[in-house]
Design a protein around this ligand. Structure first.
Ligand SMILES: Cc1cc2nc3c(=O)[nH]c(=O)nc-3n(C[C@H](O)[C@H](O)[C@H](O)COP(=O)(O)OP(=O)(O)OC[C@H]3O[C@@H](n4cnc5c(N)ncnc54)[C@H](O)[C@@H]3O)c2cc1C
Length: 282
C-alpha cells in the first residue's frame, strides 16, 4: 500500500505531460509500467506528490523499418517479443527480452524505456541499447532532442534527462551483424550479475570491427572494441589473456546485493567470451 497522498495525472498530450513534469520537478515522476516505481512508492523509498501516467499519449508500439526498430515509450518487453523476428544486429533486442525474469507480469507490464530511464546497473536494457548504438528520444516542455545511448547513461541510476523531459521512445539502427547475448545470474529468476552483448561482423573468421558491451559489471554500460586484443588475422588470444584484458578495462566494478565488485571483475571476461561464442554459433 502507498501510504502518502499522490495526485494521479492521466494527460492527453505530451505538452500537458511535460508541463506537469516541469512544474512539479522532483515531486513528480512518470509512470511507465510501474514495475519499479510502484514498489518503490510502496516501500517508501520514493516520496512524490504527482505521478504522470503516459498511457494516453499514444507512445506504445514497436515498429520495424528498413532503417531500424522504433520502440515507443509505453512498449513492453512482451510487445517486443510479439513483433516479427528482427534481423541483423537488432535481433539482440529480442534475445535480451526473452531473458527478462519476473514472468508474464513483468514482461507484459515493464517497458524498455522505463528500464532505460531507471538505469539500474544490474539490468539488461542499458547495455543492449549501448551495444546497438541506439538513440534515445526525449521530449521536454520547449523542444525535443535525441541522445545516443552511450551518452545517455551517465552513472548508476543517472541519465541525461533534463527538467520537464520524458522519454518518448528509442530507435535502434539496423545493420547486418552476428549477435550473441549472455547473462549471468544467480538463479533462473534473478536479475543480472553480468551481461555481454556481442556484435560481430556479418561473416568470416576475423573479429576486426567486433564489439562486446558489458552490462551490470560497472555503474554504466562498458562498450569494448576488441581491436587491441586481436592478432594480425583478427583472432583472439588465449582465454586467460582475454580475461586479464577485460578486467583491466573495468575500472571500479559495480557492487550490490547480487554480487560484490570483485566477483563481477572475475566473471566479466568469461561472460564476454560466452557472448562471443554465441554470436559465432560455437
Ligand atoms: C520481479 C521483477 C523481475 C525483473 N527482472 C528483470 C530482469 O531480469 N532484467 C532487467 O533488466 N530488469 C528486470 N526487472 C526490472 C524491469 O526491467 C523494469 O522493472 C522495467 O523495465 C521498468 O519499466 P517500467 O515501465 O515498469 O518502469 P517504471 O517502474 O514505470 O519506471 C521506472 C523509473 O523510470 C521512470 N520512467 C519510466 N518511463 C519513463 C519515461 N518514458 N520517461 C521518463 N522517465 C520514465 C519512472 O519515473 C521511474 O523513475 C524486473 C523487475 C521485477 C519487479
Amino acid at each position: 500500500m502507498i501510504r502518502t497522498a499522490l495526485r494521479y495525472h492521466f494527460p492527453d498530450d505530451l505538452d500537458e505531460a511535460t508541463a506537469l513534469l516541469h512544474t512539479h520537478e522532483e515531486r513528480a515522476a512518470v509512470l511507465g509500467g510501474g514495475t519499479m516505481l510502484v514498489p518503490s512508492l510502496t516501500r517508501g523509498d520514493r516520496d512524490l506528490d504527482h505521478v504522470i501516467d503516459l498511457r494516453r499519449l499514444g507512445l506504445g508500439g514497436v515498429s520495424s523499418t528498413a532503417g531500424g526498430v522504433r520502440i515507443g515509450a509505453s512498449a513492453s518487453y512482451a510487445q517486443l517479443l510479439a513483433a516479427p523476428p528482427f534481423t541483423g544486429a537488432t535481433r539482440l533486442l529480442q534475445l535480451a527480452a526473452e531473458g527478462i525474469t519476473g514472468g508474464p507480469q513483468i514482461r507484459c507490464q515493464g517497458t524498455i524505456c522505463g528500464s532505460a530511464a531507471y538505469a539500474n546497473p544490474s539490468s539488461d536494457v542499458p547495455a543492449v541499447l549501448v551495444a546497438l548504438e541506439a538513440v534515445i528520444h526525449l521530449r521536454g516542455p520547449e523542444n525535443s532532442r535525441t541522445v545516443p545511448a552511450e551518452a545517455f547513461f551517465l552513472d548508476a541510476f543517472t541519465v541525461d534527462v533534463r527538467r520537464g523531459e520524458l522519454l518518448t521512445g528509442v530507435t535502434v539502427p539496423t545493420r547486418s551483424a552476428r549477435v550473441g547475448y549472455y547473462k549471468l545470474k544467480l538463479v533462473e529468476g534473478s536479475w543480472p550479475i553480468a551481461t555481454a552483448s556481442a556484435v560481430l561482423p556479418d561473416a568470416g573468421d576475423s573479429l576486426v570491427g567486433a564489439t562486446v558491451t558489458l552490462g551490470a559489471v560497472s555503474a554504466r554500460p562498458l562498450r569494448l572494441d576488441l581491436a587491441p586484443l586481436l592478432d594480425g588475422h583478427g583472432r583472439l588470444p588465449t582465454a586467460g589473456d582475454i580475461d586479464d584484458w577485460v578486467s583491466a578495462q573495468l575500472g571500479e566494478p559495480w557492487d550490490d546485493e547480487l554480487a560484490p565488485g570483485d566477483y563481477r571483475r572475475m566473471v566479466a571476461g568469461v561472460v564476454l567470451r560466452r557472448a562471443l561464442q554465441r554470436a559465432q554459433g560455437i
